[in-house]
Design a binder for this molecule. Structure first.
Ligand code: GAP
Length: 514
């Protein structure tokens, strides 16, 4: 088993053991790919939401947030193209009876070629040291050139096949690449078929075609159908944006890899309405703004990369992903899409209601173009866990598992610990705890030896522990222990609140984005 597999397994079991994520309906043996967020998971999720919401809504005068219903009029999904085109190409292996997304099988093949290139580059970089010229190496090394050529050909064949909905060509590509089923090891594939991802249900007690409604597969449509409501009621001028955080549902063919791909998940999406013709400028703006937001967390710039879409969705004229280096490798965490006027135009047509904006500066009516940023909250959550989970050997030979969660996102900011359960220490600690809990999420813990209590806080990612000891009772000072370095400093109780707030506040994090 690779260390990547180990990391994923460790994160899953750690999440359960420490109250971040539980398998859903576990006492009934669970429901495939459905998870519940536990007490610390919910806090972490709240903090990610706050960081996103404030960065988008508070920090931009021209962006507002709404909360639209999950159920929408069924014609919304006809207009948006989801009824006809929100499909994944699926393929079955006849021997293992396992089902796969055909495009993902091909993408994984491409990813293996990329990994080979990466390996060659790493080897050469080591060999040549400071003299290494990566661009020259990639352009001239015979094996790397060959791999790159292969990737280009495969991507172009896949793009053409998917755009023309030529499912036979998709299958042929899988056969030509000799892709085998990872379970059975055979190439005994069925034909490729399209599979619609929307969950349908019925409204009220009447059954039949007319009462079919869908669980929304994206929050975006709720922002589009409210575009004029928001614009008029908020007197918004273009360019302006509408944000939403909410659940979305997709009947994924294969839902796996923990919370990476689920059938019920949460999105944080922003639709930015712009003048036609300005969309590429805003697309570039949002690409860099969103990347900055991610990197600002300090989890390592090399963990993120852009990836341009090979096949554009039915509504887009440009699209890319921000990928994160998850335990399974680089995968999509956020999408940035230039959606043109596709959605508003379609809603105008299907609803027969004008979806136009009067631009006073241009003295002109038009349907705005839209640039969208769409991030999965669960994937963002998983990125934080992946980057922060650490098994560490300490100088004294002992071991600890800690979550190096950025302090501003940590579920619990500070734990207040009396050194021993006597001599007035618990009472003093309780006093400090009551003072702090008004400001930040904190915990009081007086059970077990102090070392074990530190380990418990490390495991849930608490960035600071405050210890009340003999000296506290004399001079009103405490020790403040930092999670990652384990360094302890002595500070006055009077400075505690401002110190902890300063080190854990999302406001400070947001200030770096300005
Ligand atoms: N409104 C555009 C839209 O929905 P998307 O790329 O299909 O775009 C946006 O989805 C984000 O939602 C993705 O980047 C991903 O983070 C998240 N997401 C999509 N499907 C998901 C799933 N099955 N489970 C968890 N997150 C998912």
């Amino acid at each position: 088993m690779s260390s990547h597999d180990d990391l994923l397994k460790n994160i899953i079991s750690h999440s359960k053991e420490y109250g971040f994520i539980f398998p859903s309906s576990e006492i009934y043996d669970g429901l495939s790919a459905t998870y519940d967020y536990g007490q610390y998971g919910k806090e972490l999720k709240n903090n990610i939401e706050e960081y996103w919401w404030k960065a988008m809504v508070r920090m931009h005068d021209n962006i507002v947030g709404i909360d639209s219903a999950i159920f929408m009029h069924p014609t919304v999904w006809k207009a948006s193209g989801h009824v006809d085109a929100f499909n994944d190409p699926l393929i079955d292996n006849k021997d293992s009876k396992k089902r796969y997304r055909a495009d993902v099988l091909i993408e994984e093949y491409i990813e293996k070629l990329r990994a080979k290139i990466h390996k060659e580059v790493e080897k050469a970089a080591k060999r040549f040291g400071d003299d290494f010229n990566m661009n020259q190496f990639v352009a001239t090394h015979p094996r790397v050139v060959e791999y790159s050529k292969q990737i280009e050909v495969i991507e172009s064949r896949m793009k053409n096949a998917l755009e023309e909905n030529d499912l036979q060509a998709v299958k042929q590509l899988i056969l030509d690449l000799e892709i085998v089923d990872p379970v059975s090891g055979t190439r005994n594939w069925t034909d490729v078929r399209q599979f619609n991802l929307m969950f349908a249900t019925e409204l009220g007690s009447v059954s039949g075609e007319s009462s079919v409604i869908y669980l929304r597969p994206e929050t975006a449509q709720g922002s589009y159908v409210n575009f004029l409501n928001v614009q008029r009621s908020g007197r918004m001028k273009i360019p302006f944006g509408i944000c939403q955080i909410g659940k979305a549902f997709r009947n994924e063919i294969i839902a796996r890899q923990f919370i990476f791909r689920m059938r019920e998940f949460e999105q944080m999406e922003m639709q930015f309405f712009v003048r036609p013709g300005d969309e590429m400028e805003w697309y570039e703006y949002w690409k860099s703004t969103r990347m900055k937001w991610h990197r600002n967390l300090g989890m390592g710039d090399a963990r993120y990369r852009f990836h341009d879409h090979i096949k554009l969705a039915h509504y887009a004229n440009a699209a890319c992903d921000i990928e994160f280096d998850f335990p399974m490798g680089f995968k999509e965490m956020e999408g940035i899409h230039s959606r043109t006027d596709f959605d508003l135009k379609a809603h105008e047509k299907f609803s027969s209601r004008k979806q136009q904006y009067f631009d006073a500066e241009l003295n002109q009516n038009y349907i705005p173009y839209v640039v969208e940023t769409a991030i999965g909250l669960d994937r963002m959550f998983m990125s934080v866990l992946s980057a922060s989970y650490t098994d560490e050997k300490l100088p004294d030979g002992s071991e600890r598992t800690l979550l190096r969660i950025p302090a501003q996102l940590a579920p619990v900011k500070v734990a207040v610990l009396p050194l021993v359960k006597k001599d007035g220490m618990p009472e003093k600690a309780m006093e400090v705890y009551h003072k702090l809990k008004l400001e930040v999420n904190c915990q009081f813990d007086d059970k077990d030896a102090i070392g074990r209590r530190y380990r418990r806080q490390d495991a849930i990612g608490t960035p600071f522990c405050i210890t009340i000891d003999q000296d506290t009772l004399q001079d009103n000072t405490v020790t403040l222990r930092e999670r990652d370095s384990m360094v302890q400093e002595r500070i006055s109780i009077d400075r505690l609140v401002s110190e902890v707030r300063d080190k854990t506040s999302i406001t400070k994090l947001l200030a770096n984005l300005d």
